[in-house]
Write a protein that binds this ligand. Structure first.
Ligand code: GTP
Ligand code: MG
Length: 459
């Protein structure tokens, strides 16, 4: 009955005898080094990757093995490694974002009040190391600065979307590296977005709706009504209903506390019904009875932050920190990051299936892409060569016409020159004839004068 480990083709094959029967004639489950499971078949391996029915049999252990310590091993490893959690606080200037963070984590983060006159929305991020018992938490708090302060708020959501995308991109780049160090990588992907709604008691502002709509596929949104002590109990109830119906009407998906784990299903589904949480923040301590509590003191009374009759701060802390922090991290990775990764890889041309619906491995996709790229290059080269030939021919034609024009002009000039020469020769000849005639006439005149001596002598 003892499991026997034998080596076949360098891979470990486990032969198990059940009820005294040798089962090695059955297809054996074999683990390869990279963890893929195969079943021996007469003509080779049948891959067990979910596409085929897995042949897994239940076996009872006859003694303590010890792998029941796996959850403890996991916990110890996680605690030693430490946790990181990243919160993004989106809300108008002065809504109490920093105060709520201080109240939530019972500490004083470095807070500088934001400027009101910025031309656009900025994000400021700070990372802190917190420790509670032996658990270390690397907490990154990102705040919007100047959100809602501009006259034109059309682009206010953009810097927030860009920030979230940039954190996804950084993670994707790390994943795609040949030499990656995901284990040591400081994951800055945004795990939760606390969206601070102004306690107007009316309805959501269009800025809130647009921003939440743009963010809902990228981050887990938990809406909170800020400074809830400034709104009366009955107004608050109506305000909550109004906000939720507006979110539903505009198709804004906010984070729902998970109800699949039965230990927290009841609590989480009740809490889903309390959304958005109406919160009050304060770092001031007030003496109530014989103990100090965090509260806001007014001339007419005291609002206790951790009193569930006064506000939902405790509910928020319970849900965000104590019950669902791990789920928020997981959702970020499995839903939001996965979506970003898929779109990005598709944008880069990677696909899982070929046009004929056959699965395509990364290597095959690369080969197809390379082929496509090479044929595109070839096509471009051919086009350029053809264009070059056409251009050269065009230029040749132009040069030929110019040469012909020049020849024609030269011939015409030559002809003009010959005509002019002929004309001048004729003129010269005519003038020569005239001179000849004149000389003859002159000679004749002189001769005539010479034959008349008397006249000259009288004088
Ligand atoms: N009434 C009331 N006032 C609050 C609450 N939380 C904070 N405040 C006050 O609101 C003012 C602004 O609080 P901050 O926490 O600096 O607000 P912020 O949103 O971080 O402001 P910026 O970072 O400048 O945008 C302070 O005077 C706080 O004391 C609250 O729950 N109720
Ligand atoms: Mg602040």
């Amino acid at each position: 009955m003892e499991p026997v480990i034998s080596e076949a083709d360098g891979e470990a094959v486990q032969e198990v005898q059940v009820n005294g029967e040798d089962t090695t004639k059955e297809p054996e489950m074999t683990m390869t080094q990279d963890g893929e499971a195969y079943a021996d078949k007469d003509n080779g391996y049948q891959q067990q990757n979910g596409q085929h029915e897995e042949e897994i049999r239940d076996l009872a252990l006859s003694g303590q093995v010890g792998f029941d310590s796996l959850p403890d091993q996991l916990v110890n490893k996680s605690v030693a490694k430490g946790f990181s959690f990243n919160i993004l606080c989106v809300g108008e200037t002065g809504l109490g974002k920093s105060t709520l963070m201080d109240t939530l984590f019972n500490t004083r983060f470095e807070n500088v009040p934001a400027a009101h006159d910025l031309p656009g929305v900025n994000l400021s991020s700070s990372t802190y190391e917190l420790q509670e018992s032996n658990v270390k938490l690397k907490l990154t708090v990102v705040n919007t600065v100047g959100f809602g302060d501009q006259i034109n708020k059309e682009e206010s959501y953009k810097p927030i979307v860009d920030y979230i995308d940039q954190q996804f991109e950084n993670y994707l780049q790390e994943e795609l590296k040949i030499k990656r160090s995901i284990q040591l990588y400081h994951d800055t992907r945004t795990h939760a977005c606390l969206y601070f709604i102004a306690p107007t008691g009316h309805s959501l502002k269009s800025l809130d709706l647009v921003t939440m709509k743009k963010l809902d596929s990228k981050v887990n949104i938990i809406p909170v009504i800020a400074k809830a002590d400034t709104i009366s109990k009955s107004e608050l109830h109506k305000f909550k209903i109004k906000i939720m119906s507006e979110l539903v009407a505009n198709g804004v998906q906010i984070y729902q506390f998970p109800t699949d784990d039965e230990t927290v299903a009841d609590l989480n589904s009740t809490m889903n019904g309390h959304l958005p949480f109406a919160v009050v923040g304060s770092t001031e301590e007030v003496k109530m009875g014989n103990k100090m509590v965090r509260a806001r003191q007014y001339p007419w009374g005291v609002v206790q932050v951790e009193n569930e009759n006064h506000c939902d701060f405790v509910k928020l802390r319970e849900m965000l920190v104590r019950t669902n922090m791990e789920d928020l991290i997981e959702q970020t990775h499995t839903r939001h990051y996965e979506l970003y990764r898929r779109c990005k890889l598709e944008e880069m041309g990677f696909v899982d299936t070929a046009p004929d619906n056959k699965p395509l491995s990364l290597q095959e996709t690369y080969a197809v892409k390379r082929q496509e790229h090479m044929s595109q290059l070839q096509k471009k080269e051919d086009e350029m060569r053809q264009m070059f030939v056409v251009k050269v021919k065009e230029k040749e034609g132009q040069l030929k016409t110019m040469e012909k024009e020049l020849h024609d002009r030269f011939d015409k000039l030559k002809k003009d020159h010959a005509d002019e020469k002929k004309r001048l020769d004729d003129e010269k000849r005519r003038l020569d004839d005239e001179i000849e005639l004149f000389n003859q006439k002159k000679k004749q005149f002189n001769d005539e004068m010479a034959t008349l001596p008397g006249k000259n002598k009288k004088k």
